[in-house]
Write a protein that binds this ligand. Structure first.
Ligand SMILES: [Zn+2]
Length: 476
């Protein structure tokens, strides 16, 4: 497919526009990462999977992608958490960083090139703040530095928020610090007693959250880059403030394309701990949900639509995957004489073209999956009619491997995805999930898949024993 036909819905301007990266064939993508003070919930994971689908799709379409995802390891929440546990900030955040990486691995997310940590980029943040002060876009007050919103005539261009209606992003902080204007947001927070702090020209303190992303994106992707994405909840004030800081400091456009994913709701309701419908990946694994089915479910709804998570939806995802697994098994065992008409190769080309044009149309995942399942249906019929044979296996499997570069659900490597790195506590729920997936495969008489899961576990030191009572496991 001609990659110049790729279109995205740009939040900046709110319309579908042709995608033209700064450098032909190469794309820089910045994705706001987690604040590492708790475990990601499935709403967060939806955003990270949207970003994974985006980067995978761009690669599928022929672009070289550099993805940067920051880790916010210093902010009010992480500092409060460390204080409550009475440990150093990095001791407090370390297990959440490990858990986040394990979640991404279990969900078969292609890792970003770099996961920079805010605490490693304090100097870059201070440099931007220094420039904003020098040019009158910021001011100092009692050891803190604030962005002067009134100085930025373009403020609000991403979110459409009007200055006089602007909600105050940091109300609590504003009550405690002296600002010129309640709408101004903090760039540098003067340290309170006992808080972790870094020396600065304005006294000891720490960065505000928004400046972290302005500094880390510039460090790896430059002052102007192609795509910035995140959940729609970060659109205002976080992304609006990133634009204000970066463009006021650098005098060049910050980001060319902004892509935002919609919220995830559960059973039609907002997810919340008080409603008892709040899930992390670990919660779902403990219920026997396969991360593979979760990945399928979370990527199968278009990113700009609200995603209604239900257990029925997970079952549907599982059935779709079983259909694909059965198909792969069937293709691997095609015997006899092969297609001499050349029709199969034409059909494979058509699949790849339809799949590419669907993804290039603002990640139209429904159309992409429809093209895949139509292909599965037609090839299954051809197998029924005995039109295909052993020599046709490889072209079909190659086509599936190709579409799976974008989807990451067909040939998902269970062993890797399980993240069985010896971290016992994390590993166990994942082993149980693998056992559940293997049981499902056996029920579906997909013995190739069931054997593959068992072998992957064995290769990583986990032995399964089947008995009349079910499957037991032990570490070798
Ligand atoms: Zn950010």
């Amino acid at each position: 497919m001609d990659s110049s036909a790729v279109k995205f819905f740009n939040t900046l301007g709110r319309k579908l526009v042709p995608f033209e990266p700064l450098r032909q064939g190469a794309v820089g993508v910045y994705t706001c990462g987690p604040t590492v003070y708790n475990q990601a919930h499935i709403g967060n994971l939806r955003t990270f999977l949207f970003e994974d689908l985006l980067c995978r799709s761009l690669r599928f379409l022929g672009f070289a992608v550099t993805q940067i995802m920051n880790l916010t390891d210093v902010d009010d929440k992480t500092i409060r958490g460390a204080e409550e546990q009475g440990v150093a900030l990095d001791v407090f955040t370390a297990p959440f960083i490990t858990a986040f990486r394990a979640d991404l691995q279990a969900l078969n997310v292609v890792p970003a090139e770099v996961y920079p940590r805010a605490t490693e980029h304090i100097a870059g943040m201070q440099a931007i703040i220094g420039r904003l002060l020098a040019s009158g876009f910021a001011y100092e007050s009692d050891g803190s530095v604030w962005f002067r919103i009134a100085a930025d005539v373009e403020y609000g261009k991403l979110s459409g928020v009007k200055l006089d209606e602007a909600r105050v992003g940091e109300r609590v902080a504003n009550d405690e610090y002296a600002t010129e204007d309640v709408r101004d947001f903090v760039l540098w927070k003067g340290a309170k007693p006992g808080e972790p702090s870094w020396p600065s020209p304005w006294g000891p303190g720490r960065p505000g959250w928004h400046i972290e992303c302005s500094a880390m994106s510039a460090a790896y992707l430059g002052e102007t880059f192609d795509i910035h994405c995140g959940g729609v909840d970060n659109l205002f004030p976080h992304h609006e403030n990133e634009i204000a800081q970066s463009e006021s400091a650098n005098g060049v456009p910050f980001v060319r394309y902004w892509l935002h994913s919609e919220h995830l709701i559960v059973d039609g309701q907002k997810m919340s701990k008080s409603l008892g419908n709040f899930y992390t990946l670990a919660d779902l694994l403990a219920r026997g949900v396969s991360p593979r089915a979760l990945r399928y479910l979370l990527i199968s709804v278009h990113y700009r639509q609200k995603l209604n998570f239900t257990f029925a939806g997970l079952d549907a995802a599982k059935s779709a995957l079983t259909r694909l697994d059965d198909f792969v098994h069937r293709v691997r065992h095609m015997e006899g004489s092969s297609d001499r008409s050349g029709k199969l190769l034409v059909r494979v080309e058509a699949l790849l073209a339809e799949f590419a044009s669907a993804l290039g149309d603002d990640l139209n995942i429904s159309a992409a999956l429809a093209a895949l399942f139509e292909f599965v249906r037609e090839v299954n019929s051809a197998i029924d009619r005995r039109e295909l044979g052993a020599d046709d296996r490889e072209p079909v499997l190659a086509a599936l491997r190709r579409v799976d570069e974008a989807l990451g659900v067909i040939f998902m490597d269970w062993g890797e995805a399980l993240g069985l790195d010896g971290s016992e506590g994390v590993g166990e729920a994942e082993i149980l999930a693998a056992i559940a997936a293997r049981k499902a495969a056996r029920t579906a008489r997909n013995f190739a898949e069931s054997d593959r899961i068992r072998d992957e576990l064995a290769a990583r030191g986990v032995v399964l024993e089947d008995s009349a009572q079910g499957t037991r496991w032990k570490r070798r």
